[in-house]
Unconditional design. Structure first.
Ligand SMILES: Cc1cc2nc3c(=O)[nH]c(=O)nc-3n(C[C@H](O)[C@H](O)[C@H](O)COP(=O)(O)O)c2cc1C
Length: 174
């Protein structure tokens, strides 16, 4: 059985072909590897009252691991009621710690180029999971000499994110 993304090569009439198969070849089958992973991920989410997700920005989008997790999680019959199309994973907290090397604030040259943070709520909407974000940006300012002048903004962004994280872990009054 083919697991996850398999990259196959074949040749025909002297030409070489590359095939990228999505997840596995029997994605719909109840006994497929894909379906059993989906069940495992959905069960993990159902067992949690809080989910903590790290979301770095890679090539202006989510890392393939996060994309794959979401593709497994949106599953009619397990996380979405197929009759009503109502999400079955609501009522729990999904806290996303997002980090991106550059800056994407309004008015900057790459405003709108972050396709990870705006994408996630849409991608998970069918499941009723509603992510909350704590974001640090300009994380590459310290290591990239071309971003040296952005170091103060990067420090500000990190400090703000850390303050928000502290609020999340503040002791709950008895
Ligand atoms: C493969 C790869 C691709 C990246 N692509 C981008 C990008 O498109 N835009 C950006 O702002 N930062 C990009 N970065 C930088 C990361 O978003 C940044 O280092 C972030 O802080 C990573 O999260 P971490 O600190 O939790 O590892 C990339 C980093 C890697 C490793």
């Amino acid at each position: 059985m083919l697991q996850h993304c398999c990259y196959l090569q074949s040749s025909c009439k002297g030409r070489r072909y590359a095939h990228l198969l999505h997840i596995d070849s029997s994605i719909q089958g109840e006994l497929s590897v894909s379906r059993s992973l989906t069940k495992q991920f959905v069960e993990e989410v159902l067992a949690a009252d809080t989910i903590l997700l790290g979301l770095p920005l890679y090539n202006f989008g989510p890392p393939s691991s996060v994309k794959s997790w979401v593709d497994h999680l949106v599953a009619p019959g397990l996380s979405v009621d197929p009759a009503t199309m109502t999400g079955m994973l609501g009522g729990r907290d999904l806290l996303v710690l997002a980090a991106r090397g550059g800056g994407y604030a309004p008015g900057t040259p790459r405003e709108g180029w972050d396709h990870a943070e705006p994408w996630l709520p849409h991608a998970l909407s069918l499941t009723a999971l509603e992510p909350r974000f704590i974001t640090a940006e300009l994380t590459l300012a310290d290591s990239n000499p071309q971003m040296a002048e952005l170091k103060p903004l990067a420090a500000e962004s990190l400090a703000a994110a850390q303050r928000e994280i502290d609020v999340q872990w503040a002791p709950i009054a008895a």
